[in-house]
Write a protein that binds this ligand. Structure first.
Ligand SMILES: C[S@@+](CC[C@H](N)C(=O)[O-])C[C@H]1O[C@@H](n2cnc3c(N)ncnc32)[C@H](O)[C@@H]1O
Length: 213
């Protein structure tokens, strides 16, 4: 199920700020070289991530799920000079691609890549975060949320992507549709969690905007 009509999506795309040329190049190469290019945040969602990051001006950002680094670069746009972003992915083979674009960007010194299973890497991190983007395997969303919440500064923002799962959260999932079940559970847990304030933005595949009190 598409949340927005294709016509409205086109309209929204025509009425937003353009992304930098490096992101256009990265998007093109992602479509040429990867088998699931649609995983990348893309122009519209990328501008949202960039704007949110610029509003927060976070000193520390964490991204769970680098893929080709599109969202990493968008989030990095809001970093102050002394700020940094850590991005985690388990796909070692693909890491050459985001690393190439990070090196070309003006954020090269501010981006730290970590390769490994995100849950393990999270346990090793000593930093606290002002902004976190959860965008990896859906089956671990609740685990990521719980681990990350303990590392958030007060007032920090967690963004979680794909929480509407193409509208499947409205359906009664089949017993074997584990991701839908987990995302439904995730949305309920966050909505009732007294430690945070939250709202779901019906953008693309749904993004939760969660603020730690
Ligand atoms: C949707 S893509 C990320 C897209 C990227 N954030 C963007 O917006 O352009 C999800 C990524 O999560 C990674 N991933 C999935 N499960 C993971 C895990 N358990 N640990 C680390 N990375 C994982 C995948 O390898 C994939 O590159």
């Amino acid at each position: 199920m598409d949340i927005l009509s294709a016509e409205l999506e086109k309209y929204l795309d025509r009425h937003r700020t353009s992304e930098m040329d490096l992101l256009k190049k990265l998007e093109k190469e992602t479509f040429q070289k990867t088998t699931q290019p649609q995983m990348l945040s893309g122009g519209y969602q990328g501008r949202l991530l960039s704007l949110i990051s610029k509003m927060i001006q976070p000193k520390t950002i964490l991204e769970i799920g680098t893929f080709t680094g599109y969202a990493t670069l968008c989030l990095a746009e809001g970093l102050p000079k002394e700020g940094k972003i850590i991005t985690i992915d388990r796909n070692e083979e693909l890491m050459y691609l985001p690393k190439k674009y990070f090196a070309e960007s003006k954020f090269a010194e501010q981006i730290e890549t970590k390769i490994g299973n995100a849950l393990d890497v999270l346990d090793e991190l000593e930093e606290n975060f002002d902004l976190v983007f959860i965008d990896a395997d859906k089956s671990n969303y609740i685990n990521y949320y719980e681990k990350v919440l303990g590392k958030m500064n007060s007032g920090g923002i967690i963004l979680a992507d794909n929480v509407l799962w193409y509208g499947k959260v409205l359906e009664e999932p089949k017993p074997n549709d584990k991701d839908t079940l987990i995302l439904k559970e995730f949305n309920e847990l966050v909505a009732e969690d007294v430690r945070v304030e939250t709202i779901i933005l019906p953008i693309r595949d749904g993004i939760s905007l969660i603020r730690k009190k």
